[in-house]
Design a protein around this ligand. Sequence first.
Ligand SMILES: Cc1cc2nc3c(=O)[nH]c(=O)nc-3n(C[C@H](O)[C@H](O)[C@H](O)COP(=O)(O)OP(=O)(O)OC[C@H]3O[C@@H](n4cnc5c(N)ncnc54)[C@H](O)[C@@H]3O)c2cc1C
Length: 369
Amino acid sequence: MKNTTYDVLIIGGGPAGLSTAYLCHKHGLSYLVLESGKAIFQGISNTYPEGKLVYASKPKDAPMPFMVDELRPPDKPVTVESYLQYVQHFVQHENLLVQTEVDFEDIKDERDGLTVITSKGNFKGKKVVLSFGSNIPRELTVYGDAKMVAKNLDDASKYVGIKTLVIGGGNTAADVIINILKAKREANDTHPVFWAHKAEKFDVNKETAQRLGEEILLGGNIRLLLGAMPRIGEVDDEGVDRLVIRINEFKQPDGIDLYHALSFPMQNVIACIGSQGPVPIFDKLHIQSIACTAGVCKVAQEGERLVLLSAEFESTRKGVYVIGGAISPSYMRINEGSIAEERHPNLIYTAINDAYYVVEAIRAKLFCR
Ligand SMILES: Cc1cc2nc3c(=O)[nH]c(=O)nc-3n(C[C@H](O)[C@H](O)[C@H](O)COP(=O)(O)OP(=O)(O)OC[C@H]3O[C@@H](n4cnc5c(N)ncnc54)[C@H](O)[C@@H]3O)c2cc1C
């Protein structure tokens, strides 16, 4: 346990988390951002296509300007690369406190605050702001533990010189493979990339398929594993965590099945199996959400569960706030005794402005204004 008790612990270093950090810094609150990625804005760098323009979009009916001007995208759209570069300079210049490669796991209530449990130990805070976005990678469901499997490609050169397994049947998996094949080609590495998918057909768009075809024609060594199922996470005799993936299965009449499987060190595996909303995390944290019933919700569909928040974005777990993409496109807002669905567009504007309202609310609570 680190000894410091921060006023605010911020989970996720995207537009919402960094705006919260900057406002805490400006108002003299102690804070720390815990980001799972290698760098700030990892969510954006993972999901925006190369060269995408970033728009300073603002919902039509929003009365307020961007409340943290320093982090807003410029009015004249710039590429995602230049926006990221600008934000990195800003964070360095302001000396904002961020720890990267820290995976948030849980929150424990203490007598004098909250303890945040992470992959890199525990941190204590008076308040916690959850700003981990909407893009939560799905976990591989295998018997045993498969936590060490990467969910995205942060550095293709890491896979040069090793046999790599990419799991998933869509564009994201194909993109990851293209980048690894390119890195291998540039390094004259002929080790193959295995591409596994549980179905019998991949599902990629034409443009991605063309780029992949080009890499294969340029010498890319790729092995396709269709109908392949990741089954077990295990530790071998040398202490290496491995993932076992079944590539075919023969049912026998005597009930003893025969199968072929491949076993990869988990550090050679990337699972691009899509993302899910944050509801499972809210459940784990015992943060209440409510299922929409017919006629109650306009944005969410019937049966969809929406997180329950106060007008100041505080969840049903005292001292824990949720903002940004994590609560988009709508949430349930408690206001003066009634509960109604509140529209919440997934935009940088919304993420930044949520941070403003939350920091104001936290300041009022901590300093009893
Ligand atoms: C392709 C694309 C294009 C878009 N274009 C625009 C645009 O032009 N203009 C616009 O206004 N909006 C755009 N958006 C939406 C905008 O990017 C989001 O609204 C915004 O990024 C939300 O900010 P956030 O901070 O809430 O979440 P994110 O940006 O997702 O940041 C969350 C951060 O939390 C980290 N994290 C996740 N889980 C954990 C964990 N367990 N522990 C620690 N850290 C964690 C992530 O790595 C990430 O860095 C676009 C979105 C997409 C997908």
